[in-house]
Ligand binder design. Structure first.
Ligand code: ZN
Length: 211
């Protein structure tokens, strides 16, 4: 059957029936994912099939935005395969913990939601073991997992037509900005009378000025 790679997600297309992911060959996508994401995580390969399948279901030539319902892997698949990035604001990343992504017309909000389906994965032992955490990571067969992901493609996904809530369609805007009266950082006044760092939302345990 398939030619076996020594480890992780193989880049070979098996016996010539490798599916494409967007405009890339499977192999090209895995290489891109590897470079962008640091390693070819299962989620970014599955995510590639998901994003490509969602894109296929959108009308051609529309300007679309994306919402990822998880912070894990999927946002990177969106950023590899579409012009939507976290930085340009066309990709919104919600920490809902659900492995699903929507692509939608940025003015009408109409689009397609694709989710990795907890029932459909049961047809693929290793995808199920990985997605549903049925086994410890060390007891998962990463080679077989890669093979099954490639074989399944979007068959493990469910698709919905969606319309995005108005509040999510609004353009991001900082509004007026100015110096925080406590620390001096320039911040958006809509955050309150001082910046969010000074309101206690700080990731730092210490800060010291460097010359
Ligand atoms: Zn401040």
């Amino acid at each position: 059957m398939h030619h076996r790679e020594s480890d992780a997600v193989g880049t070979e297309g098996g016996h010539g029936s490798a599916p494409a992911i967007g405009s890339y060959t499977y192999k090209e996508y895995v290489e891109l994912a590897n470079r962008f994401h640091g390693y070819p995580a299962p989620g970014i390969i599955v995510g590639g099939f998901m994003v490509a399948a969602a894109k296929d279901r959108l009308p051609p030539d529309i300007l679309f935005d994306a919402i990822s319902e998880t912070c894990w892997c999927l946002p990177d698949a969106v950023q590899i395969l579409t012009p939507c990035t976290a930085g340009n604001g066309w990709l919104k990343i919600l920490d809902l913990g659900i492995f699903a992504v929507s692509l939608y017309d940025k003015s009408s909000g109409r689009g397609v939601r694709v989710a990795l389906d907890g029932e459909k994965v049961s047809a693929y032992s290793e995808i199920a073991a990985w997605f549903l955490k049925l086994r410890e990571k060390k007891d998962q067969d990463s080679e077989l997992l890669a093979e099954q992901i490639r074989e399944a493609g979007p068959a493990v996904c469910s698709f919905e037509s969606v319309c995005i809530q108005e509040a999510f369609l609004q353009k991001r805007s900082k509004g007026n900005v100015g110096a925080c009266p406590v620390c001096g950082a320039v911040y958006p006044f809509k955050h309150g009378s001082k910046c969010r760092l000074c309101q206690g939302q700080t990731p730092y345990s210490s800060r010291e000025a460097l010359s």
